[in-house]
Design a protein around this ligand. Structure first.
Ligand code: NAD
Length: 295
């Protein structure tokens, strides 16, 4: 790598490789007369959520996973969502259920996502799956952090003994990301909106994972030479273009590896969702031998 340029980690290419492996797993299951199935629930008309669900549908179609979509109106009640989730929990042809977030304000996200049966919780949000992850017994992991760990593994980036900083502390990205890095023997710092010395912490970091949802948060002067920078953020700039949290042009002059937005973490999240659907299908069909590395 010439001095002053970093390796751009190609999440699309890596996710394509993983997806090919998933298609093979779908075939193994189909030979055992099982078609893995995913159901997605979307409440309201959030345009970004619609795009995410559309991408998930396409990924399922491409790999042979059966897909069902439930579009509910904005004024859907908690009770109506519960009864749909209960119905899907007992539906034999559905092995994974996702409730697309964010939900409208009047709905209780934590309670609703916890209503999904833990064996079908392909987002890895339910208290049982989150608790097992905390203990290091991986089952169904949250897709974005799992995808980032796959990216690091694929690039042969060692996490052991490294000083890793995670920016963001959401239950979906920041917290599980920090736990996975900790279990991979990193020394982990979690930063958030109230962190006072973000630049100072970042400058010490060998690995930075930024999941704040703030365009331009990480600038070149915040990153030490040779650091690994993973950009989870997905923001729209003033022209409507999707950008990350990291100023790519500046930071790529310092980092040894960097993920672009789009084309970095995003495709890995979808690949890990498919992987979770397969894992969930095997969990629900213990008689079929699992020929798949879980995590
Ligand atoms: P969130 O809003 O729930 O959490 C954001 C976190 O960032 C919070 O913990 C907050 O304290 C922290 N934060 C905000 N501003 C900060 C600042 N200035 N300094 C330090 N910390 C700050 O969001 P989320 O669901 O965790 O998602 C984060 C971002 O990642 C969003 O842009 C989202 O769109 C994106 N995302 C991308 C993928 C993907 O597949 N690429 C998946 C999930 C989320």
């Amino acid at each position: 790598m010439p001095d002053g340029t970093s390796k751009r980690i190609d999440g699309r290419a890596i996710s394509d490789e993983i997806t090919k492996g998933i298609s093979k797993q779908v075939q193994i299951l189909k030979e055992a007369k099982i078609t893995p199935g995913l159901a997605a629930i979307l409440v309201g008309e959030n345009p970004a959520s619609k795009i995410y669900v559309k991408n998930k549908r396409k990924a399922c179609q491409d790999t042979g996973i059966y897909f069902e979509e439930y579009n509910l109106p904005l004024d859907t009640t908690q009770g109506r969502l519960y009864s749909l989730i209960d119905k899907l929990n007992s539906k034999n042809d559905i092995n994974g259920i996702i409730v697309q977030l964010p939900l409208p304000k009047h709905l209780d996200e934590k309670r609703i996502t916890s209503r999904v049966a833990c064996d079908k919780d392909v987002d890895g949000f339910c208290p049982k799956n989150a608790g097992l992850m905390l203990q290091g017994s991986y089952r169904l992991l949250p897709c974005t952090p799992a995808g980032i760990m796959e990216l690091l593994r694929h690039e042969n980036i060692k996490t052991e003994g490294k000083f890793s900083t995670v920016i963001g502390r959401s239950n979906i990205v920041g917290k599980p990301m920090a736990i996975l890095l900790l279990h991979a023997d990193s020394t982990v710092t979690i930063c958030h909106r109230k962190t006072k010395n973000l630049k100072e912490i970042c400058l010490k970091s060998d690995i930075i994972v930024c999941a704040a949802g703030k365009a331009g948060l990480i600038t070149g002067d915040m990153v030490k030479k040779g650091a690994i920078v993973i950009d989870v953020g997905m923001n729209r700039d003033s022209n409507g273009k999707i950008v990350g949290d990291v100023l790519f042009d500046e930071v790529s002059k310092k980092a040894s590896h960097i993920t672009p937005v789009p084309g970095g973490v995003g495709p890995m999240t979808v690949a890990m969702l498919l992987k979770n659907v397969i894992t969930a299908t095997f969990l629900q069909n213990p008689h079929v031998p699992l020929k798949f590395n879980r995590y």
